[in-house]
Write a protein that binds this ligand. Structure first.
Ligand SMILES: [Zn+2]
Length: 183
């Protein structure tokens, strides 16, 4: 079976930022709606903030061309999709919830999608499925674990990661837990 990785670029390093080619498709900043699920932890300070609908999008200087998938890029984790992609992703096997998107005025207009937004309808495709890595086989190590709140962080690996068949229940799209902080 062939597995595809969705997303824009590998990792957010300064060197990669410098090396980035001009963006072929528009990307955005996800500026909301942030919601804290609890008070920040007294020990590690993490407040378990997550984004809840509607996704608040601010287009960034990149391109005026809207792709089938747009990302909170250039190192995004949050895809918004056009209707054609949303129609596919709405099948239950993709484990996606589709949510509305609202737009706020961009900070800069050069090479940026026009505001007010009048492009194709876009929806936030929020993948609900999580699959665990085989951490030992993947060479992923735990970086920190807060004994107070239980927040756990792992280092992030792109190559050579292993998922046991037993950890996967057939979802056609999933996010990988226990790699970085993508839980
Ligand atoms: Zn904590």
């Amino acid at each position: 079976m062939k597995i595809y990785r969705l997303g824009m670029h590998e990792n957010a390093t300064t060197q990669k930022l410098l090396d980035l080619p001009p963006a072929a498709f528009a990307h955005f900043a996800a500026v909301g709606t942030w919601k804290s699920q609890r008070e920040p932890c007294n020990s590690c300070g993490w407040g378990r903030e997550t984004i809840v609908p509607p996704l608040v999008v601010q287009w960034e200087p990149s391109s005026k061309v809207i792709g089938d998938f747009s990302w909170d890029g250039p190192f995004g984790l949050t895809p918004i999709v056009r209707d054609s992609a949303a129609a596919v992703l709405s099948a239950p096997e993709f484990c996606c919830q589709l949510h509305p998107v609202v737009y706020i005025k961009p900070d800069r207009i050069r090479q940026t999608v026009a505001f007010p937004y009048n492009g194709p309808t876009l929806q936030w495709s929020d993948c609900q499925a999580r699959v665990e890595l085989d951490r030992e086989a993947s060479g992923v190590t735990m970086l920190s674990s807060c004994s107070f709140c239980g927040d756990t962080r792992f280092d992030f690996r792109m190559e050579g990661i292993v998922i046991r068949k037993s950890a996967w229940s057939g979802q056609l799209m999933f996010r990988i837990a226990t790699n970085g902080h993508s839980n």
